[in-house]
Design a protein around this ligand. Structure first.
Ligand code: GLP
Length: 263
């Protein structure tokens, strides 16, 4: 895994956007997996800005959003407002889990089939929950491999309350989410985490153990996964991650591999 640490959230977001831009420049018909949430907003703002500057053409790309609440289309609305209405991604290239479906199992199977029929994800952009969830794969005794209906942790519902007018009781208790194996099949993964509230989760995902109690820790097994952090989110990185990164771009042994410090 590659870890890059930036001075602040803005720089981290620009770096994540640059990875997306490079991907669609290299392969205009790229299939992208996308998250929602506070962390992704500045990434999307940067992508929109680059698009208005003529530096990003989404006309041949396809997107798959990784999760959606059950019974509402809150993440879809978020994406429409902040991204889809502002770039040239054709409407029929936007793939979303329908949280309002009355047959969630069939809906999840449909989503899996659509990913496969698009040829799989080229690049999956992820955020991370404060409890180290990815998508809505919450810490648990076991993790589900494929897209499924998931029960949300109370802290996850709290963290998402701003999307529901700050009213916790309005945040659904369940959601549909891409499964762990589905995510791991993406050809490349970039996880972005910013802010001190994510530092424990980032530390746990790199502490040398792979555990279902820390869902993001499975990303250590991916052959092409990059972590983009700001300094605050990197605060609890295991010390040896830094020790191993004596020089910029220094190769290291073991699980934390490269750290490229900026600024
Ligand atoms: C949310 C979503 C994830 C998101 C993560 C971080 O609950 N299920 O897809 O990446 O948690 O969200 P945020 O960036 O708002 O902290």
């Amino acid at each position: 895994m590659t870890v890059r640490v930036f001075r602040n959230a803005g720089e981290a977001a620009r770096a994540a956007a640059a990875v997306v831009i490079a991907q669609i420049a290299r392969k205009p018909a790229s299939v992208l997996g996308l998250p929602t949430g506070r962390t992704s907003l500045p990434v999307y703002d940067e992508l929109v800005w680059l698009h208005t500057q003529g530096a990003a053409d989404f006309s041949r790309a396809h997107t798959f959003n990784i999760d959606e609440f059950a019974g509402v289309d809150a993440f879809r609305a978020f994406m429409e407002q902040h991204v889809f209405s502002r770039i040239n991604l054709p409407a029929d290239h936007i793939h979303f889990l329908d949280g309002t479906s009355n047959d969630p199992r069939a809906e999840c199977a449909r989503f899996e089939r659509e990913i496969a029929s698009c040829g799989g994800m080229d690049l999956l952009l992820l955020g991370i929950g404060a409890n180290a969830h990815i998508g809505f794969n919450e810490p648990a005794r076991t993790l589900r491999a494929r897209t499924h209906r998931a029960r949300l942790a109370i802290d996850t519902r709290r963290a998402n309350a701003p999307l529901f007018g700050g009213r916790l009781e309005r945040v659904p208790c369940e959601a549909l989410t891409m499964g762990i194996a589905t995510m791991m099949e993406a050809r490349a993964i970039v996880l972005i985490a910013t802010g001190r509230s994510k530092a424990p989760a980032v530390g746990a995902m790199l502490n040398g153990e792979i555990s279902t109690a820390v869902p993001a820790s499975v990303l250590q097994l991916h052959p092409d996964c990059e972590l983009i952090l700001d300094a605050a989110a990197a605060e609890q990185l295991p010390e040896d991650t830094f020790r191993r990164s004596g020089k910029e771009d220094g190769e290291s042994q073991g699980m934390a591999t490269k750290v490229k410090a900026r600024g």
